[in-house]
Ligand binder design. Structure first.
Ligand SMILES: [Zn+2]
Length: 663
């Protein structure tokens, strides 16, 4: 008990007012002690645990040169060999792709379109590079057991269209950094300075793409982004582009009858844009995509060019250690090998049973809570109960990582030549593209995991109606099997409740119990649900962060799904704790003269999972595009809606704002 309380006290600022700023009360001590490391854009409980998981893997990879993952890692670590080869491996890659599209001052002819279609397929299959649209294979949202080709907008170097739209490329500091990145990259790879207008041309083209893209709020709507059509219908949207030729090359002649187009208008407008874009711009843009995708895998000077740009976006002061970079790359290339290493050395099976029991209690709490909800009709409630009962869970790791035969044969084509890191990297890129393309025509693999086992995170997959908790998160500060129950329910319990609630957030609610995008709500109830959730939109839009000497508001619409999940998870996990056998929320736990009740421990444990600090640029980037609210808002937003919290900390209501309750 002392160890637990000691750990919690050390993060607190007990002189802060728990009622007005619970985040500061729970994490103020942590904030004043912890510094964001030079090589990080943020620092948090998540980040600290994630680093410790990576350290475990690093030791295992560094300690031996035997085994596929170790070989891969050591090839990445051999910087002498990598530096000795300069940019040559990238030039050889370009040669081997045998691209035929040529620059020119005019616009594209029909021959050019044909060449372009073939080159785009080669770029993706041979180098993992996508141009001005993205194609992929995944579960059909309305028929979740079969795979379908999906088509969507893409092609920006910066991760948000807002970085481009209504910005002046000659004064905006992010676009200026991008311009320098493009210019330096071409200079380095081609061995001579490019035409001064090259970078501007690429940025102009990307800005045109950004302008015709669907906005991020609409992209969150699974109905709006589901547009299944015959591939000939998509082809008709781009009459000059031979889509069937492209798909034929991409999928090795496998028939593609249907395509789910997430952003149909984008394709209409892209067609017009391409018609008036000079060939040279298209050519330069594709060269840029190829170079920028792999620059950081070349010699130290190329890495530095690519890192300098990420610095501008995230505010980090220096690059992470090479070891850490190579651990991440090895995990990306050989995810199941790394999961195996991590689980074998760091996971205890006892945690799995504990986690399973907690999930069952939280599921029960969700179902029980339905009885208290007044805004839902009876049938919709019954359907919600049914969906909750059908949510599957995956805990810790997939069974296949302990199948040695699978590990050997599945990853056979990934190379691990000690002197050819770049080629090893490319073999991993091609492997993952092929793995994805091969899904076409096959049923959805329900056993697949979307995260490696060392990941400090969790997710809900609406098309599988499942919640997934990798081994990496089943540790402190989320979970410790011998700590007080209130601590575990406040930590991992809230995360479990959060993921389960995603099945009933503004997106998840649109999928049924089998994972199909299909309405199962009565219209009037759906309307009341939307009214309920708009309360959260307004509440979270009030939170601000400091940026550029001013303030920036959290986007309540962008973060709605996560905020519904946070508030639901928090409420459900508390109920699950309270109803768990032998729980006494008013139990006093004392420690060197100070004391907490068990329910206070629950709230503190919840808040301390979110202790976090971010650099200004990184926080700005998060608020712009991340569906998760900043950490302090996640804590203060959820407790502000909780009557039980007020009771636990003896808080008087500060304002007349109405509390937001959905689940
Ligand atoms: Zn979430």
């Amino acid at each position: 008990m002392n160890e637990m309380l000691n750990g919690m006290y050390s993060k607190m600022n007990t002189s802060a007012d728990a009622c007005t700023n619970f985040y500061e009360y729970a994490c103020g001590g942590w904030e004043s002690k912890e510094e964001i490391p030079d090589d990080r854009s943020s620092w948090s409980s998540f980040g600290i645990l994630s680093k410790s998981n990576k350290d475990v893997i690093e030791k295992l990879l560094a300690s031996s040169k035997e085994g596929k993952a170790n070989e891969y890692y050591h090839s990445c670590m051999d910087q002498n060999a990598i530096n000795g080869r300069g940019v040559q491996p990238l030039l050889s890659l370009r040669d081997s792709l045998n691209l035929k599209f040529k620059p020119g001052s005019g616009c594209m002819t029909s021959d050019d379109y044909n060449t372009l279609a073939v080159d785009l397929a080669k770029l993706y299959k041979g180098a993992g590079v996508e141009g001005f649209f993205c194609f992929g294979v995944g579960a059909d949202a309305k028929n979740s057991s079969s795979n379908i080709v999906g088509a969507s907008q893409c092609g920006l170097s910066l991760d948000e269209r807002d970085y481009y739209v209504d910005k002046d490329p000659h004064t905006d500091k992010t676009l200026l950094a991008l311009r320098e990145y493009i210019h330096s990259t071409f200079t380095k790879v081609e061995g001579k300075e490019p035409d001064a207008t090259l970078a501007d041309g690429i940025i102009d083209f990307e800005t045109s793409l950004a302008t015709i893209m669907m906005d991020k709020i609409s992209l969150r709507d699974p109905q709006k982004t589901y547009n299944k059509m015959d591939s000939s219908q998509l082809e008709a949207k781009m009459p000059k582009f031979p889509l069937s030729l492209f798909l034929n090359k991409l999928y090795d002649g496998k028939p593609v009858n249907k395509v789910d187009v997430s952003t149909p208008e984008y394709f209409d407008k892209l067609s017009t844009l391409l018609e008036k874009t000079p060939k040279t711009t298209v050519y330069n843009f594709l060269s840029w995509k190829l170079f920028s995708a792999h620059m950081s895998h070349l010699d130290a000077a190329s890495f530095a060019i690519s890192f300098k740009f990420s610095q501008a976006l995230s505010g980090v002061e220096k690059a992470p250690r090479r070891e850490e970079i190579c651990v991440g790359r090895t995990e990306g290339a050989l995810p199941d090998h790394i999961s195996r290493m991590f689980v074998d050395h760091k996971f205890s099976e006892g945690s799995k049973k504990f986690a399973e029991k907690m999930i069952e209690n939280i599921r029960k709490a969700f179902i029980k809570n339905l009885d208290t909800i007044t805004w839902m009709d009876k049938e919709t409630k019954l359907a919600a109960k049914n969906k909750a009962l059908k949510i599957k869970d995956k805990i810790a790791y997939p069974a296949k990582i302990h199948d040695d035969n699978f590990l050997t044969t599945h990853y056979q084509t990934i190379e691990t030549d000690p002197e050819k890191y770049f080629e090893n990297h490319m073999s991993a890129v091609k492997f993952s593209v092929k793995e994805e393309c091969d899904k076409l025509g096959k049923p959805v693999d329900k056993e697949e995991w979307g995260m490696t086992s060392s990941t400090v995170n969790a997710y809900y997959d609406p098309s599988k109606n499942e919640i997934v908790f990798p081994a990496g998160i089943l540790q402190l500060p989320f979970f410790q099997s011998d700590y007080h129950k209130a601590f575990n329910y406040g930590g991992i319990g809230v995360v479990m409740g959060h993921e389960l609630t995603h099945g009933f957030d503004d997106q998840g609610a649109k999928y049924d119990e089998t994972g199909n995008l299909k309405s199962w709500w009565k219209n009037s109830t759906m309307q009341r649900f939307e009214e309920k959730t708009s309360c959260l939109v307004n509440q979270y839009s009030e939170f601000t962060i400091a940026y550029n000497k001013g303030q920036e508001h959290v986007n309540g619409k962008l973060t709605l799904g996560e905020n519904i999940a946070d508030n639901g998870g928090f409420h459900l996990s508390y109920n699950a704790y309270k109803n768990d056998e032998g729980s006494n929320p008013d139990e006093k736990l004392s420690y060197s003269g100070q004391g907490f009740t068990a329910k206070q421990i629950f709230f503190l444990s919840f808040a301390q999972v979110w202790c976090a600090k971010s650099r200004e640029a990184a926080l700005h980037r998060q608020v712009m595009g991340d569906p998760h609210s900043p950490a302090f808002a996640r804590v203060n937003g959820a407790v502000a809606n909780s009557e039980i919290f007020d009771e636990a900390f003896d808080c008087q209501r500060q304002s007349n704002r109405k509390r937001c309750h959905v689940w």
